[in-house]
Every structure is written in structure tokens, then in C-alpha cells.
Write a protein that binds this ligand. Structure first.
Ligand code: ACO
Length: 465
């Protein structure tokens, strides 16, 4: 009880120590350096093992359970960095100077103010839509202007203008009809102290990436608020990205501990190799489509229960199980029904996911702080023991990032159906970084399928079939 920010750092560093003791020190030698194209690799169904490009952004060592962003160990970033700093690192390839970081934080805070997008979004009755569908919609609504046809390298971003560039003041007081009619009052959040580079000084693509990182968070928060029947909130000038996101989502100023834990969650989810949603964004971007559409594709891919949608399914599953005592019986039933246990297994990790190594003890800490989490956390731990003893050795199945994250979010009072949008809020920085890197040497993605159909069917008119 009474945990401090130092306790959070200690928990992360203890997880690092355990990981390093268990997983050794040397990286896998294969595929960690520049290659001569074309390369040979063995490809399985679902593109398992396929190598599509080179990257300097991140490294996942599935056998040892390592996750590295731009050379920095995920444990160190969680212990010492912030989401803003990590996003800058992913996007720009290096840690920012103090001045750069300060400017970047203020830029993101300012761009979390997106009243035009929020107003457009709320006209779609988002509270009735799946939150990830609403997030994709809101992300696409952030972008307004048509790209210039045929503008090759400029196409992805060149003519992209966020709808909020000419923002009108935030609606703070609803009047008349429930959704569409608002009275616009004077803007509460004034970015007057924010000295941003002028639009001319910032390349268009970077401009769009910043808009997206800040804007997707604001859209997610807007959806969360709408689902509670509430109006969107503006970012507060004295909160960082994680704190403002929590504030705008829950309507409650987070405690420093909550802010720090959310910051860590965002760092942990910011990037992860060529996962399905990153690949989806890259595929769309490789056609020189628009970055807002590419990120929309990432959101769509992330929403599925085999990917980011698993964090919602985990909490539903733990509730279905009900208590730690019910785990053995439930697991027997799940095996009999050939059900996959949500929050376990990974295409790449054949060791304990380092993200789960951090989230599990954080969930434990938060359960220790809030009595209503005790049972769900104990159920999760009992399920982990059950699944790992059945499948850990044989199939290398361990908890993944989605297994404990929901318990952490629940401690902050966030409804379960919003969890996957939190994942997306963090992953936007990885999506943007990977898209930008790939576009430097763009080649449209175009794998093949092996045709196993017939060849000599004879066409018959409909009335003869
Ligand atoms: N529960 C039980 N068995 C599992 C699980 C699981 N969660 N995951 C994999 N297995 C088993 C499979 O049944 C299969 O067994 P078999 O060889 O006897 O047929 C074997 O492990 C390999 O599984 P695949 O589904 O082929 O593995 P793949 O790499 O295609 O899928 C995935 C990875 C989708 C993550 C899978 O493990 C899964 O469905 N997990 C549950 C959903 C989940 O938690 N998703 C989030 C992943 S993390 C992320 O995306 C952010």
C-alpha cells in the first residue's frame, strides 16, 4: 500500500533483472545486420518468417524475450523515459535534447486540442459504434485535404492538412439537441506560451506524425467520453501526454502514480516489429496513399481479438472464470472446446514477453492498492500458472502484452471496451516511424498466393447452371 513513483521504477528494474537472468546476454546473430537483397528465408503460412524490409527502429528477439527500440532496452525506457521521449526516439532515431523534448511535449499537448475533428466525430453518434471503429473514423476525419494526384513522394503527406489546423474554440457547453448543436465558448487551453516551429520549418510528414500521435489520443478520449454521455475535454497545460490522455478519457485528474503507470503502458505498446497492424499501415502507405488512411488501416488491423483486441477479451475471460479457484475447471473446459486462451501465445515470442514481465508486477501493485482488483488479479495469476504449466514447456506459450494490461487500465477506472484504443494511441508512434522509414526506399508490397484452384472450367450461362 502507498506505492510511490520510485516503487514503479524499482518494479520495472526488478523485472529487467529477472529477464536478463533468465534470457542471457547475446542477441540472435541472424538478421540483425544489413542484408544483400534478395535474401533467402523460409516462409510459413501467415507470412511466418518472411522478411519484408530492413529497419533500425526496433528489434524483437523472440527466443530470449528481448524488445529494443532504436538500440534501447524496453526495460530502461520504461524505467527512465516517457512516452513523448520514446515517440521522439522512434520517429527521429535518437533521444531528444532537453529543448527538443520540451518543445515536442508542448507540441503534442497543443495538438491534443482538436475540436473540429471532435465535432465531426460526434455527429456520427460514436457512442453506438465499436470504439475501434470510431477511432478509425475519427483518425480519418482528422485529415481533410485531398492529396495531390500523382505527387509521388510527397503524396503520402505532401498535401495532408489536419482538420484542426484552423481550429475553432472548443465546445464546452452543450445546448439544444443532445449531439449536434453546441455553443462555442472561449478556448480554455491557450497555447500562447507554446513556441512551435512554423509549419514551413517542419516537414509535412513530421507535421502529420505529430498530429496523429496527439490526435489519436484525443479521438480515443472523445470516444470514451461520448460513451459515458459526456462532452470532450481539452488537454490541461500542466499535464504530460499520458496524464492528459487519462484526464481527457476519464474526466478525472490522474494521480502521479496513475500517470506514470499509463506512461509505461504507452511506452510498452509503442512499437513491436512487423506485427499485423504495423504491416497493415505499411502496406497502405507503400501505395503512396495518405498517412491518415495508413494509420486507419493499422487501427483496423489492431482491433481484431488475435491482435490488440485481445486485451478486452482477456478481461471478459477473467470475469467469465470468476475466481482463482474456478481456473482449473475453466481451463479443462477451454481445452476440451479447443479455445485459445486470450492473452497467451505470440507469433514471435517463444519466451516470456518482456512487456508482460513489466505489466504483471504493475498489475500486482495496483491490485494491492485497490481491493476490487484483488480477485481478478488472483484469477489472472492462477490462469497463468495453469496455462504455462500445460503449454509453456511444450509449445512455448506464455502471457503476452495483452494479458495484464486490462487489469492495469481497470485500476484507472477505464471501461474495458476502451482498452484496445489505448493500445492504438501508443502504437501510432511506431506505425508512423515504420511508415516513414519504409517510404525512404519505398517499394509497393505485393506478395503472391499459390493458386490451388482448377484451370479448365467451362463457362455456362446462368440459366444452364
Ligand atoms: N491458447 C492456447 N493455445 C494456443 C494459444 C493460446 N492463446 N496460442 C497458440 N496456441 C497453440 C495453438 O493452438 C497451436 O497449437 P497446435 O500447434 O497444436 O495447433 C500453437 O500454439 C501455435 O499457435 P498458432 O495459432 O499457430 O500461432 P500463431 O503464431 O499463428 O498465432 C497468436 C499467434 C495469434 C497470438 C496466438 O497465440 C493467439 O491466438 N493467441 C490468443 C490471442 C492473443 O492473445 N492475441 C494477442 C497477441 S499479442 C498482440 O498481438 C499484441
Amino acid at each position: 500500500m502507498g506505492y510511490t513513483l520510485d516503487d514503479v521504477t524499482r518494479i520495472v528494474l526488478e523485472a529487467k533483472e529477472r529477464a536478463h537472468q533468465e534470457t542471457g546476454n547475446e542477441p540472435e546473430p541472424e538478421f540483425t545486420s544489413t542484408v544483400e537483397w534478395p535474401i533467402e528465408c523460409t516462409v510459413g503460412p501467415g507470412l511466418e518468417g518472411a522478411i519484408a524490409c530492413e529497419t533500425k527502429i526496433g528489434y524483437v528477439n523472440g527466443k530470449k524475450g528481448w524488445l529494443i527500440y532504436r538500440g534501447y532496452d524496453i526495460f530502461d525506457l520504461c524505467a527512465y523515459s516517457t512516452f513523448e521521449e520514446t515517440s521522439f526516439l522512434l520517429l527521429h532515431g535518437r533521444l531528444p535534447s532537453e529543448t527538443e523534448l520540451d518543445l515536442f511535449c508542448r507540441t503534442l499537448r497543443r495538438r491534443m486540442f482538436i475540436p473540429k475533428t471532435q465535432r465531426s466525430l460526434l455527429s456520427f453518434a460514436v457512442e453506438e459504434r465499436n470504439p475501434m471503429d470510431a477511432l478509425r473514423l475519427g483518425t480519418n476525419l482528422m485529415r481533410q485535404k485531398q492529396i495531390r494526384p500523382g505527387a509521388l513522394n510527397a503524396g503520402i503527406t505532401g498535401e495532408t492538412v489536419a482538420s484542426d489546423e484552423d481550429s475553432i474554440p472548443m465546445e464546452t457547453k452543450p445546448t439544444g439537441w443532445k449531439k449536434p448543436v453546441y455553443e462555442f465558448l472561449e478556448r480554455l487551453f491557450r497555447p500562447v506560451q507554446d513556441v512551435e516551429p512554423s509549419a514551413d520549418a517542419m516537414p509535412d510528414d513530421v507535421e502529420s506524425f505529430y498530429n496523429l500521435i496527439a490526435g489519436v489520443a484525443a479521438v480515443s478520449a472523445t470516444i470514451g467520453r461520448a460513451r459515458q454521455g459526456r462532452m470532450p475535454l481539452e488537454p490541461l497545460p500542466d499535464l504530460g501526454f499520458a496524464g492528459n490522455y487519462l484526464y481527457m478519457l476519464t474526466g478525472r485528474r490522474p494521480s502521479p502514480l496513475e500517470e506514470r503507470v499509463m506512461d509505461i503502458c504507452l511506452i510498452l505498446h509503442a512499437d513491436h516489429g512487423m506485427n499485423a497492424s504495423t504491416f497493415a499501415s505499411m502496406v497502405v502507405a507503400s501505395t503512396l496513399s495518405d498517412i491518415y488512411l495508413a494509420i486507419g488501416a493499422g487501427i483496423s488491423a489492431l482491433s481484431g481479438p488475435l491482435h490488440g483486441g485481445a486485451n478486452v477479451e482477456v478481461v471478459n475471460m477473467l470475469e467469465e472464470i470468476g475466481s482463482p479457484e474456478a481456473v482449473p475447471k475453466w481451463y479443462k473446459m477451454a481445452v476440451a472446446e479447443k479455445r485459445k486462451v486470450m492473452g497467451f501465445g505470440h507469433r514471435v515470442y517463444k519466451a516470456y514477453d518482456p512487456r508482460a514481465r513489466i505489466l504483471a508486477p504493475l498489475a500486482e501493485m495496483l491490485a494491492d492498492e485497490s481491493p476490487e482488483l484483488v480477485s481478478i488479479y488472483a484469477t489472472a495469476r492462477a490462469l497463468e500458472t495453469e496455462v504455462v504449466s500445460a503449454l509453456g514447456e511444450e509449445k512455448k506459450i506464455f502471457p503476452n502484452v495483452d494479458f495484464y494490461s486490462g487489469i492495469v487500465y481497470r485500476s484507472m477506472g477505464i471501461p474495458a471496451d476502451m482498452y484496445t484504443t489505448i493500445f492504438a494511441v501508443a502504437r501510432v508512434s511506431g506505425w508512423c516511424a515504420r511508415v516513414a522509414e519504409y517510404l525512404e526506399h519505398n517499394r509497393i508490397f505485393r506478395p503472391r498466393a499459390i493458386y490451388t484452384g482448377t484451370f479448365d472450367e467451362q463457362y455456362k450461362p446462368a440459366d444452364e447452371r
